[in-house]
Design a protein around this ligand. Sequence first.
Ligand code: SF4
Length: 471
Amino acid sequence: MQRISVFDIFKIGVGPSSSHTMGPWRAAERFLYELEAAGNLDSVASVQVELFGSLAKTGRGHGTDIAVLMGLRGEDPASCDTRHVGHVIRQTEMAGEIALLGRKIIPFDPAADLIFHYNRSLPFHPNGIRLSARLDDGSTVEGTYYSIGGGFVVREGEATGEDEITAPYPCMSAAEIADCCHGHGLSIWEMVRENERAWRDDVTIDAGLRRIWGTMADSIYRGCHADGDLPGGLRVVRRAQHMHRKLMDVATYHDRDSWIEAIRSRPRTFQDTVKWVSCFALAVNEENAAFGRVVTAPTNGAAGVIPAVLMHFVCAHQASEADSLRFLLTASAIGGLFKTGATISAALGGCQAEIGVSSAMAAAALTECLGGTVDQALMAAEIAMEHHLGLTCDPVGGLVQIPCIERNAMGAMKAITAAHIALESTPQNARVSLDAVIRTMWETARDMSDKYKETAEGGLAVQIPVNVAEC
Ligand code: SF4
């Protein structure tokens, strides 16, 4: 039975893209671990990496070249020092070599050994990456992988990259979630926790969820206190810090947790709420664009929506840490539905698959955490996605900055709106189900022109003249 864990949906990593950064990073690492398991790592004389389709077209803007080198070095995206990530290309060029998994040194020239096939795609998925290693005896070992969205990677011939486990409630649709929860008297987050127990015990689940929420909160905090231009050459100026300074006129905090307490204790108008939520979302995605540490939620490009709505829940509704963990569990159930029933890959479905899915996840989680029923939570996810259907992916300069950063603020506000509409609604009267919206999203994805699927060949990407300089 295939199941997706909350820890598959929420993965700690490095920006700017789950499919174009985290996926290739993991693919490169995985290729070397496979070589190591076969006893071949110490015999590697050279390595060549080929990027296909969307990975080639927007790869440089998304840091795919950087990610591949980090993966070849065996760096862990969840714990590596992110301050050095942006310099890895130049470091490798200057050294003329790379240490595979940090120990097997081989000559490597990024200009020659990292090949971007701008006009070639592999058949299975637009995000293809092929690695080949020449061994000392003259033989070659090759591996082809696909980055299928949200940091998930599959090897050629594998099915989905999901774990094969037996979960007690293996729901594959919103209708099944509703039936399961009603039948067993569970909320969505309780059902997800029961499933998680098939992998790990409660102590491990809670520790993992706390680490995810802590990383999300850290990314908001860092983004609210960082200024300057974002990397990539578009000269996009960070705005979260400026907004934050105006909102937090007097600094009465000394670290992240006292900062959260300071925000919680402030009186808030409707206008303040909009500004705070926007500020939180901008902060995360500015960090993401700057190769900072974020959590895929369910992707990096959409990494700001769920943290922004969750931080809003924590600050405006005085939510406890336990509430935050429940929020993440519920959100992951909705992300899993979209992953199995449609896609969370912008290269397959455009931005509806990123921002739309994250907004639906956040809407359901906020609804349930504010006391909504299971049906109201599913309805909130449906409302949030309904108003993202058809959203295209057209990143200017191939960078995850315009329209991506602001789009997270929009996704977060739509999620909050959807939650409050659902909380005031009777789901039994709804004419559109979440399952219908997931099917519609997938059909829309298949009808969408490839220009709008993370290729930077349509929309804003061709309307805005850019002269992106390497930096
Ligand atoms: S436009 Fe949307 S899907 Fe495309 S890179 Fe930006 S956030 Fe991701």
